[in-house]
Ligand binder design. Sequence first.
Ligand SMILES: [Zn+2]
Length: 83
Amino acid sequence: MAVKEGTVAFEETTPYNRLFDLDVLIKEGETAHSLSRGELNLPVRTCLICGRPAKECGRSRRHTVAGLQERVAVLIKQAIQAT
Ligand SMILES: [Zn+2]
């Protein structure tokens, strides 16, 4: 659980850290399941463009692929400039 809290904290450190989507897998016998933010009452992932819950925008296809690519490009440039 502490590991998932750590990955969420990392993802939220800067806007461009949101480009990472880190999963923590819990082994259950021969299978594994990905620990969700919701299971730990952590805030849900937000949309890179508008800040609404990311699942809402994904499901409704609120944004165009071109719009998302543009936003990701901006975030990558910010990450490069910060190094
Ligand atoms: Zn959105």
